[in-house]
Design a binder for this molecule. Structure first.
Ligand code: NDP
Ligand code: GDR
Length: 340
């Protein structure tokens, strides 16, 4: 039986990756932080909480990282743990760097010392592209990160490459574009929108306050993307791969797709900070802009070219943005209805 370690197992991707690895017969060990709130909720929601072994690790604590690597005999190690919210990275740049950059080196160095045969996956990100010149972005596109989060992830990315080249570790990085699901954290824009619209569709008329509506993201479904992570570690030679859908959508259009799925018809009005959307049926203003959600530096346009992953891994995103928005909106609607 193969043994896998997933750091950050309680997060969105950790839950779906656990589900996938269990279905393939792996023994799955996952790390959580001791102070995580209701940490196993996502794992419970997809029915895997009692099938995985849970251990406590804090990536900013070198000893705790070394201990887990020294004590486990892992075939595959997926490093998903991170301070993953870009917005918070400007408020906590040092912590974000400690976890998202130094945390990767702590793991790599422990693997090099105690578990050099293990295959390692690093959760890299399209945020490393930042201010982009190439459209679409591929493995060949230069990095220009625009947030402390993106800068820290770029360091982790290069360290993974460096340990691969220096010590022959089997380390691969997935440069994943945004991927979402009903398990997405509520602070990310897609889930914030679907949670808000689900309340509105259930008769609560709280408006949703958003930031930059013109930003465009290449959004896929998280369950599709964890399959790509696993495929990367099945290759004889480690490498880096972009996973993306190749379709980009503005925040405004994501709102439209999610609203349509809940039969909410929107009337848009105004521009920039004055932009609003009104529910045509009730006349209630349900979207408005609050500049506090603008970022100090924005990543305006992301659209990925995943042709390398398609060719080498046989991986392709399976879920359209319309399907994704509808899946998330309906799931939140059902939960809101059940709770009311
Ligand atoms: P989540 O935020 O849902 O999960 C991240 C997990 O990391 C959480 O369970 C969190 O624990 C844990 N964690 C945070 N800080 C630490 C720490 N100091 N020590 C140990 N564990 C910690 O993120 P996703 O599942 O969406 O993403 C998984 C990874 O992929 C992340 O590294 C993210 O940066 C990266 N990524 C995500 C993309 C996406 O669109 N989802 C795209 C590209 C990359 P807790 O629950 O306690 O907070
Ligand atoms: P992102 O995701 O920063 O791309 O990082 P997020 O959903 O937070 O933002 C996407 C875009 O939406 C704009 N936006 C808002 N964002 C939030 N969170 N809240 C708002 O109210 C709002 N209004 C507009 C943002 O400005 C941005 O342009 C995600 C994370 O999962 C990272 O960990 C991962 O690396 C990248 O995706 C790829």
């Amino acid at each position: 039986m193969k043994r896998a370690l997933i750091t950050g197992i309680a997060g969105q991707d950790g839950a779906y990756l656990s589900e996938l690895l269990l279905s393939k017969g792996y023994h799955v060990t996952g790390t959580i932080r001791r102070n995580s709130l209701d940490e196993l909720d996502r794992l419970r929601r997809i029915g895997v909480a009692d099938k995985v072994e849970i251990i406590t690790v804090e990536l900013s604590d070198a000893n705790s990282v070394t201990r887990i690597i020294r004590e486990g005999k892992y075939d595959e190690i997926y490093n998903l743990a991170a301070q993953s919210f870009v917005g918070s990275s400007w408020d906590q740049p040092i912590y974000t760097s400690d976890v998202n950059a130094m945390g990767v080196v702590r793991l790599l160095d422990a693997i090099r010392t105690y578990c050099p045969e293990a295959r390692f996956y690093q959760a890299s990100t399209s945020e490393m592209f930042g201010r982009v010149r190439d459209i679409p972005q591929s493995e060949m596109t230069a990095f220009h990160p625009r947030s402390p989060y993106g800068v820290a992830k770029t360091f982790g990315h290069y360290m993974t490459m460096n340990y691969r080249e220096s010590f022959d570790l089997h380390g691969s990085s997935g440069i994943l574009f945004n991927h979402e699901s009903p398990l997405r954290g509520p602070e990310f824009v897609t889930r914030k929108i679907t949670l808000g619209l689900a309340q509105i569709a259930n008769g609560n008329c709280n408006a949703i306050e958003l930031g930059n509506m013109d930003a465009k993201r290449d959004w896929g479904f998280a369950r599709d993307y964890v399959e790509g992570m696993w495929r990367m570690l099945q290759q004889d030679v480690a490498d880096d791969y972009v996973l993306a859908t190749g379709v980009t959508t503005s925040i405004r259009d994501f709102v439209n797709f999610a609203a349509q799925a809940l039969d909410i018809e929107l009337e848009w009005d105004g521009e920039a900070e004055k932009e609003t959307a009104t529910d045509k049926k009730t006349g209630n203003q349900i979207i408005r802009i609050n500049p506090k959600f603008y970022r100090p530096a924005e990543v305006s346009l992301l659209i990925g070219d995943a042709s390398k992953a398609e060719k080498a891994l046989g991986w392709k995103a399976q879920t359209s943005i319309e399907e994704l928005a509808a899946m998330m909106a309906k799931s939140d609607y059902d939960d809101a209805k059940a709770a009311s």
